[in-house]
Design a protein around this ligand. Structure first.
Ligand SMILES: Cc1cc2nc3c(=O)[nH]c(=O)nc-3n(C[C@H](O)[C@H](O)[C@H](O)COP(=O)(O)O)c2cc1C
Length: 364
């Protein structure tokens, strides 16, 4: 049997094996397993959809580093005749940079600012990428799809053909858990005229999907808008009413001054508040949390609020000025720190709070 300190030291020098959860369970007695829909996750940490999940070599690295899964970069769907009403969301970025809040003197908490949107590839090209990912044959690793199709204004009908054709493509490729990306730029790009438009999307999209693909699990990503907390809860209510299986909370906050979505602590605190409120109202709804995670302590906060798992991006993608003590690629450095950091790591924090497994965290 090894102690936490011994494991911490050993894996500082050596790569983490992909079955690290078993070693932690045997030696420390902590069970990290949880789930995303009906997929059993070996630990609660996934990589969020974005620029780190656009090619198969990244997915391979995420798997090797020890994460339990990832959500692929969101695609803009099409109908059979390649019609795509949301092509505006295939915009390539003009800029991409790492931002630090004033208080973050040492550059430890990077926030990505950029003005790109969803995947720039068409559906055919994207499905080729999915094929390459599937060919990796990664076991015990959740790969979740993400997409969006036509989002109408209130007076328009939904272009169901786009939704159903894209869903069929995912379904045929074996993807049974899908997120719907309500991207922060929908606000800036004037995709809606009233609050009713947004609530209708959240309600109708799962309704359409469940009518034709009842077995696919749907997780809409809640957009963070400045209409107040009550409206955040309204979106969740509507989409649960529409038949969504869970929620992703939540997407970044669009800020005009940065011409970008913004994350960091502000996003994390907003999301934590939302998750707690939604779990009070709907204790059985499953939540995948994302936003502003830079430590195992942050992961534990989300789990305590009621999330079943978490997704992170900026911490891995952004430049962290303070050097990591572990050698290896960034996926490995972040995963090691999140799990083992003596002060803020998930395992030390769980031990301190007396938790033996992830499931009991959510129940406390
Ligand atoms: C460069 C970039 C690209 C992103 N692309 C997507 C996307 O395609 N689909 C999506 O649902 N979210 C996307 N996101 C949001 C992330 O998945 C994540 O939810 C968000 O950044 C909050 O997590 P973080 O604070 O760890 O970055 C993107 C974020 C960034 C910074």
């Amino acid at each position: 049997m090894k102690t936490l300190i011994e494991l911490n030291q050993f894996y500082l020098e050596n790569p983490l094996p992909i079955n690290i959860q078993e070693i932690i369970k045997e030696n420390i007695g902590i069970d990290l397993t949880t789930h995303y829909a009906d997929f059993s996750l070996k630990n609660p940490i996934l990589v969020a959809p974005g620029q780190l999940t656009v090619n198969s070599s990244q997915i391979q690295k995420i798997y090797k580093a020890g994460y339990s899964g990832c959500v692929l970069k969101s695609v803009v769907g099409e109908s059979e005749n390649s019609q795509c009403s949301m092509t505006g969301l295939r915009k390539k970025e003009d800029f991409i940079k790492t931002f630090y809040e004033k208080e973050d003197k040492e550059g430890e908490y990077p926030i990505i600012h950029w003005n790109g949107r969803l995947d720039t590839r068409n559906l055919n090209e994207y499905m080729q990428f999915i094929k390459e990912v599937n060919n990796l044959n990664l076991s015990n690793f959740a790969i979740i799809g993400s997409f969006v199709c036509h989002l109408p204004k209130y007076e328009e009908d939904f272009n169901e053909k786009e939704w159903l054709y894209t869903l069929k493509k995912f379904d045929d490729a074996g993807y049974k858990i899908l997120e719907i990306d309500f991207c922060p730029y929908l606000r800036q790009d004037n995709y809606w005229s009233t609050k009713e438009d947004i609530l209708r999307w959240y309600r109708k999209i799962p309704e359409i999907i469940k009518t034709y693909f009842p077995k696919i699990k749907i997780y809409p990503k809640i957009i963070n808008i400045n209409f107040g907390m009550d409206f955040q809860i309204e979106m969740a209510k509507e989409t649960i009413k529409g038949g969504s299986d869970g929620l992703v909370i939540g997407n970044r906050i669009y800020k005009e001054e940065y011409n970008s979505g913004h994350g960091g602590e502000e996003l994390r605190l907003t999301n934590l508040q939302q998750i707690k409120k939604i779990k009070e109202l709907f204790p059985d709804i499953e939540i995948s949390a994302t936003g502003g995670i830079y430590s195992g302590k942050h992961v534990l906060e989300y789990l305590k609020a009621g999330a079943a798992n978490v997704q992170l991006l900026s911490y891995i993608m952004g430049k962290v000025k303070k050097p990591f003590i572990k050698k290896g690629n960034k996926f490995e450095q972040v995963f090691y720190k999140i799990l083992f950091d003596i002060k803020d790591g998930l395992i030390p924090c769980m031990l301190k709070d007396g938790y033996n497994n992830i499931k009991e965290v959510g129940l406390s």
